[in-house]
Every structure is written in C-alpha cells, then in structure tokens.
Design a protein around this ligand. Structure first.
Ligand code: OAD
Length: 246
C-alpha cells in the first residue's frame, strides 16, 4: 500500500502525534461498527433502547444482557494489525496520545499505553446510583442486572450512553492532546458523535496536519488536510513501515 510521502515526512518530524479512533479500527477484529448500513449495530438494534439512561430505566435486563453479549464478543476478539501499528507508533514518536471512542480495550491489549477512553470501557461495571466501580457482585437468574453490593441499586456497564456527559478529565485531556499535536490522525470513525467529532477541527485550528482514514471518505490529499480511503488494519501498518523502514 502506497502512503503519501508528504504525510510520511510530517510523521517523521512530528514531536507530538494524537490519534482519534472509532469503531472502524476494531471492525477487522470482528467487532461490528455502529453505523455501517448493513453490518452496524444501529442497523439491527435501537440505540435509544440499549444505550440511553431512559432505555436502561425501561428495561434494565435487556440492556444488561445486550452488553453482556457485547462483552463476550470483545473478549473473544483479538487486536488487529491496526491496533498493533498504533502501539508501535507510540514507541516511535516523542509524544503520543491515543483518544478512543471504543469501549473494547483492544488498544491496551495491543500494547498502547497513553489511551484516553472517551466513552468508557465495556469491561468495567459501575453502580447506577453511586457511579462507583464495582468489581464483585452476586449473580443469579432472578437478579439481572445484578445489584450493587453496597447500596442495592442495579449495576451497569461503565460506558457513556446517549444523553450522558463524557468523563470530564478524559475530555479535557483529549482536547489538550488535539490542540498541542503536530499531526492528528482520525481513524475509523464516522465523526458524527460529539464532542469527539470536533477534535480533528480543534487540531486543525491549532495548526496541526490532519489526516482522516476511513472507508467512507473520498481521497483528497491537500496538505495540511488528508482524507484517505483505506482500511485501518492495512493503512496504519503501512504508514509505520513507510516512516521507519527496517
Ligand atoms: P461508526 O460506526 O459511526 O463509524 C465507523 C466508521 O468506520 C465508518 O465511517 C466506517 O466507514 C469506518 N470503517 C469501517 N471499517 C473500517 C476499517 N476497516 N478501516 C477504516 N474505517 C472503517 O463508529 P464510531 O464513529 O466509533 O457511542 O461511533 C461513535 C460512537 O457512536 C460510538 O462510540 C458509539 C456509537 O453510538 C456510544 O455508544 C455512546
């Protein structure tokens, strides 16, 4: 795969690189995206029912079980070459921040260290009343979702639902990383969910080169804006190889 040499040069000289990822990065690990017309989660499932506080209030069991199913999918999945290339990129550049909207933890499993999770992590569980993380709970078929051992409220996945605030510290750190980088890569995200969607623009305004890598975008390479139609699992490893040939 050919990588634009201008982008390679910019990467080689960058002091600070920030990457925003979305569901497209995990698609090649077999985890469905949200908005792809045929295969996306939201083609089959209703986000208002399954990913909102109101939906959880109406049918907590359905929501818990849907997340339990997704958690299992994630546990069985493996990081793909795109995840691995991002971990490699982190080792190569002086300052590197990975901002992800994904809740699957695959970046960390691939070796990424400096990861900001904007939408939480499906592997963690919190109390729906107290917001505290819970590590152990009693399970039985009659209590789904399980109850908080401390206060008795339902437990829920530690993810951000529609209508909920993003974790404040994560958002602040993401914003700072977008505004101080030389190169910003937006990979595998449809860019429609705020505030993550505004990060590439913030980076651009602050003077960074921005490259968008997605299956949906038309090719358009006009520095400082690149838009690249590619699979992340192919393009990211090719970028690292082009910048640091062994
Ligand atoms: P989307 O499903 O909205 O977008 C995924 C994007 O990845 C699409 O534009 C695809 O074209 C692209 N894509 C698919 N496979 C790819 C591949 N192999 N390489 C590169 N690109 C590929 O997912 P997100 O943008 O992550 O939030 O969605 C943002 C948020 O909306 C999610 O975090 C989730 C969802 O509702 C919540 O649940 C709160």
């Amino acid at each position: 795969m050919k990588i634009d040499h201008r982008l390679v040069k910019i990467l080689q000289h960058a002091q600070s690189v920030t990457v925003l990822t979305g569901a497209g990065v995990s698609a090649e690990s077999g985890i469905p995206t949200f908005r792809d017309a045929q295969t996306g989660m939201w083609a089959t499932f209703n986000p208002e029912e399954l990913a909102s506080p109101e939906g959880f209030q109406r049918n907590p069991r359905l929501v818990w079980e849907w997340y339990a199913w997704r958690r299992e999918l994630v546990q069985q999945a493996q990081p793909n070459p795109g995840h691995v290339a991002l971990a490699e990129l982190e080792r190569r550049v002086p300052r590197f921040t990975l901002i992800t909207q994904n809740v699957d933890g695959l970046h960390q499993r691939a070796g990424s260290q400096n990861v900001i999770e904007l939408h939480g992590n499906i592997g963690r569980v919190t109390c729906s009343a107290e917001g505290t993380q819970v590590h152990e709970w009693a399970t039985s078929d009659d209590t789904v979702p399980p109850r908080c051992p401390n206060c008795g409220a339902f437990l829920r996945p530690d993810v951000v639902w529609f209508g909920e605030m993003l974790p404040r510290e994560a958002l602040q750190a993401a914003w700072a990383a977008a505004e101080m980088c030389d190169l910003f890569l937006s990979v595998g995200t449809s860019g429609v969910v705020e505030p993550a969607a505004s990060l590439p623009r913030a980076a651009r305004h602050a003077g960074a080169t921005v490259a968008v890598i997605n299956l949906d975008v038309p090719e358009q390479n006009q520095p400082p804006l690149f838009s690249i139609h590619a699979r992340s699992g192919e393009w990211l490893p090719a970028l690292v190889r082009a910048a640091w040939p062994t």
